[in-house]
Design a protein around this ligand. Structure first.
Ligand SMILES: C[S@@+](CC[C@H](N)C(=O)[O-])C[C@H]1O[C@@H](n2cnc3c(N)ncnc32)[C@H](O)[C@@H]1O
Length: 425
């Protein structure tokens, strides 16, 4: 018997909620999507992402209604899922209750249907009081992250957290090697796809999600999915034809492809994860672009570098992902403070090991999708302090009192960029 949408959603969420070894939705969702009827997949995604996004707030509302915390993760997931539907969707309350209780039966939890029913009905009766009591958790972020954001960004932290709780839109990057942005937009509008140009040279915003294969010439490589703030990276590199360019952390290849769309350069794309590197290959093949791809640890140039300096290096470093929580709400559940310390160490190692590979006068763009200063301007400040031959160049829109440019989440993702030039040309 196939499981209902709510039962599948609760199974994915329960794995994410696991306190010792939580699993990311990227790990749990693919098999669960396969098990779901195609017509229900949109609803499944909405329920899982929405519950993950609002989950910490939902837990705070549930707390006074439970005599002791629900240690069974599937029970916790079902209660959160039921409450999410009642508070954040247009699903009629009677259907939300009935389907969520039914999901408990699907998951072989018949003894808990009474509890789930009672909790959700109590919420319906006492919603005003229960919601008022949970106001301090309305930001739906883990305590450590709230504290860090408030310390790092006292004026912007509340709007950052509100932005992290928005449903992200879909942004396209038109491949100018094939078609102009305006011509592509006209093709979309002619097909009845609601879209508008962004104030980036190649960006188009879609008003609604859609099946990518419906985009004109998607399989021919005329267009890719890429957030507008991510589309800055390739431009900031100030590429010239014939340059030797390194993309040190390349997978899945969004920025590598953009570099190759903009300039005829010799690109070496590294990633230490072979499976993710395959995605770079798939993306470049679809876009009809070529680069040298190599599985390697960028921190160990002796194992992969031919000794020829690079004119440009993109270091899109592994990070907390706190700027892309809108797209990956499970980051709220998966990240721990110790991860930030570990990331900062790897980021610093990557910077130190790659810097000598840059030609004098060359440019290195350090990028993260993090909002945390430890991974961004503090990391770059320390690097600049230790490297007399490194200069941080100004980026448009940056606050001159910090090195680099912090882009906040809002309509687009949160990103950080620092453009470093090696002196001595
Ligand atoms: C933020 S993602 C890069 C996104 C990519 N630049 C894009 O635009 O599609 C970071 C990547 O760094 C890779 N990575 C992490 N540590 C690495 C290392 N030491 N050497 C090479 N790649 C690494 C990860 O596997 C991951 O694919």
């Amino acid at each position: 018997m196939s499981l209902s949408v709510r039962a599948l959603a609760a199974a994915a969420l329960a794995d994410m909620l696991h306190d010792k070894s939580p699993m990311s939705l990227q790990q749990t969702l693919p098999p669960i999507m396969q098990a779901c009827l195609p017509r229900d997949r949109g609803l499944l995604m909405e329920l899982v992402h929405g519950t993950a996004r609002q989950g910490l707030y939902l837990q705070a509302i549930l707390k006074p209604m439970l005599q002791k915390p629900a240690t069974d993760m599937k029970l916790q997931a079902l209660l959160m899922l039921g409450l999410y539907q009642l508070m954040f969707t247009r699903i009629p309350a009677h259907a939300a209750l009935q389907e969520t209780v039914g999901a408990a039966r699907d998951l072989d939890m018949p003894g808990l249907t009474g509890l789930i029913n009672a909790v959700l009905r109590r919420f319906q009766r006492e919603s005003d009081t229960l919601i008022a009591a949970a106001q301090t958790e309305i930001h739906a972020h883990p305590r450590w992250l709230v504290d860090t954001l408030r310390r790092d960004w006292p004026e912007q932290s509340e709007s950052m957290m509100a932005a992290n709780n928005q449903i992200p839109g879909l942004t396209l990057r038109v491949n100018l090697r094939h078609v102009s942005r305006d011509a592509y937009l006209d093709m979309m509008l002619a097909q009845g796809l609601a879209a508008r140009a962004l104030d980036t040279p190649q960006g188009i915003a879609l008003d609604e999600g859609l099946d990518l294969t419906k985009l004109p010439h998607f399989t021919d490589g005329w267009v890719s999915i890429q957030d507008a703030h991510a589309q800055r990276a390739a431009y900031e590199l100030r590429l010239q034809p014939g340059q030797r360019v390194l993309d040190a952390c390349a997978a899945p290849g969004g920025k590598a492809a953009h570099i190759l769309e903009l300039a005829d350069v010799n690109l070496l794309a590294l990633d230490h994860d072979i499976h993710r590197l395959q995605r770079v290959e798939e993306n470049l093949t679809r876009l009809q672009l070529t680069a040298e791809l190599r599985q390697a640890d960028a921190r160990d140039p002796d194992s992969w570098w031919d000794g020829q300096p690079f004119d440009r290096i993109l270091l899109d470093a592994p990070c907390s992902g706190t700027g892309v929580i809108r797209r990956h709400p499970d980051i709220k559940w998966l990240r721990r403070p110790r991860d930030i310390i570990a990331n900062a160490r790897v980021q610093r190692e990557l910077l130190d090991k790659l810097w000598p590979l840059l030609a004098p006068g060359g440019l290195m763009l350090y990028a993260t999708c993090s909002l945390l200063r430890e991974e961004n301007d503090l990391c770059i400040s320390r690097f600049l302090h230790d490297h007399a031959d490194a200069q941080c160049l100004p980026l448009e829109g940056a606050d001159p009192s910090f090195p680099g440019l912090q882009l906040f989440p809002g309509p687009h993702d949160g990103f950080y960029y620092a453009l470093l030039q090696r002196q001595g040309a």
